[in-house]
Design a protein around this ligand. Structure first.
Ligand code: ATP
Ligand code: MG
Length: 434
């Protein structure tokens, strides 16, 4: 196959047969976020490269290895967003959100781009749902954001997923920790991968997140940051746990979570599934108290998370969760002859204006083939239109599920169809209840 009919490695098409799943899931995400007071923000797919270098961090895998960076024709260095927090924060500072009433609560859905080795649950173009809560320093904000993620997962029918939390402290308490880490890894420097050897001096915590087997093996016995928290960070973490306890949200404290992006402080968390293999983190997030100031804005303690939608879909698939399909076609109007085709055009136009999903033949098929097609697209009702139906201004509406036919007036089609669809769904409901 040549390049013109082959998708770029690590990208996916969402085909019409599956898009209803994405629409359902994305709808639940926005709807759930709104219950917590979050409104959608849309930011560009690309930003100045510096936006990501500054926020995600120079020593992270994302910045060091994974970004799609290029010079545009004006000579600017541009990067396709590897995540959305950086762009959202850039926007919140530039457009003054962080100077207005706090907290500012925003959510987003969008594509992310990372040059990674494609495998199950790891793509080069993937999609994230996420939220940012800007200007909320209290531990109950952390609990609220975590609960939002949990409720999104619940709302789409995810059943088995565990919440793991940790605190990675503030820059103050991290000083002692970094020193302890440096000592631990320096004693084992020969075992580290090349990238981590370089990280040792500048940012030893990054080694804890390295995917290379030797480094992650070594990381298992490294000192954990939770043992080095200052009193304030300790109290904050206790607060987060009490608020989660108050809501009855289950979690485990995993002292090994550090997250792959540099901007995190204090609380970090992940939702992990046992059903989807190695790429098991469906959602990751945490607090980033210093980020907005670091990006040139006011000092506004904030937090958020990013949820990988493809990984979420893999969990749903692994758990055999059926997502609700929408009725694609309320009525298919089959036609015989030119006059009927003209009449169908008129009826379809009016019915669609009234909010019905209707189709008619636009291929030039014979009646039998039209009915076959109506069946194939799952039309709830069909109606055959010929010269005699037009003359009598009545036609037969056929329920494709039951085969039942009723005569209806063409001049009153909207009301008749409305009544028929309602009756059909009521009958279906009664059958379920029986
Ligand atoms: P991982 O450790 O799996 O590489 P990460 O720490 O790089 O994840 P984040 O930057 O925190 O991930 O992104 C948040 C979420 O986005 C992840 O938990 C995951 O669900 C999803 N995600 C990240 N990278 C990819 C990818 N390449 N393909 C698909 N989903 C991804
Ligand atoms: Mg990663």
């Amino acid at each position: 196959m040549s390049e013109i009919n082959r998708a770029v490695k690590g990208t996916n098409d969402i085909l019409p047969a599956d898009s209803y799943k994405w629409q359902f899931v994305e709808g639940k995400m926005i709807e759930t976020a709104r219950m917590f007071g979050y409104e959608e923000i849309r930011v560009p797919v690309f930003e100045h490269t510096e936006v990501f270098k500054r926020s995600v961090g120079d020593t992270t895998d994302v910045v060091q290895k994974e970004m799609y960076t290029f010079d545009d024709k004006g000579g600017r260095s541009i990067t396709l967003r590897p995540e959305l927090t950086a762009g959202v924060v850039r926007s919140a500072i530039e457009k003054g959100l962080v100077n207005s009433a706090l907290p500012q609560k925003v959510c987003y859905i969008g594509g992310c781009y990372r040059y990674e080795k494609p495998q199950a649950g790891r793509l080069r173009e993937f999609h994230q749902f996420g939220v940012e809560c800007m200007g909320a320093p209290s531990p109950n904000a952390d609990a609220e954001v975590i609960m939002l993620a949990k409720q999104v997962l619940d709302s789409v029918g995810i059943e088995k997923i565990s919440l793991e939390i940790n605190s990675i402290g503030c820059p103050e308490c991290r000083k002692n920790y970094q020193a302890a880490l440096k000592k631990y890894f320096s004693d084992n420097i020969d075992t580290l991968c090349g990238t981590c050897k370089e990280r040792l001096d500048r940012n030893p915590m990054r080694i804890l997140d390295c995917k290379s087997p030797v480094c992650s093996d070594l990381a298992k016995d490294a000192p954990v940051v939770i043992d080095y928290l200052c009193d304030d960070c300790e109290a904050h973490f206790e607060g987060v746990k009490s608020h989660l306890d108050a809501a009855g949200v289950e979690y485990t404290v995993n002292p090994h979570i550090v997250r792959g992006l540099d901007y995190y402080t204090r609380t970090v968390f992940e939702f992990v599934s046992g059903d989807i293999g190695a790429q098991s983190t469906v959602c990751g997030g945490g607090r980033y108290d210093g980020l907005i100031a670091q990006m040139g804005g006011p000092s506004v303690p904030s937090l958020g998370f990013g949820m990988g939608i493809e990984r979420l879909m893999l969990v749903l698939q692994a758990q055999n969760t059926e997502l609700p399909m929408v009725q694609k076609c309320d009525l298919y109007i089959a036609t015989m002859g030119d006059a009927a085709a003209l009449k169908a055009t008129e009826l379809c136009y009016n019915l669609r204006n009234d909010g019905f999903k209707v189709q008619t033949d636009i291929v030039g098929r014979g009646l039998k083939a039209q009915m076959k097609f109506a069946d194939k697209i799952g039309a709830a009702y069909t109606m055959v239109l010929g010269d005699s139906e037009i003359e009598a201004a009545t036609a037969k509406l056929k329920n494709m599920q039951t085969g039942e036919e009723i005569a209806i007036g063409l001049n009153n089609l909207s009301d008749e169809l409305f009544a028929a669809l309602n009756k059909a769904s009521l009958d279906a409901l009664i059958e379920v209840l029986d």
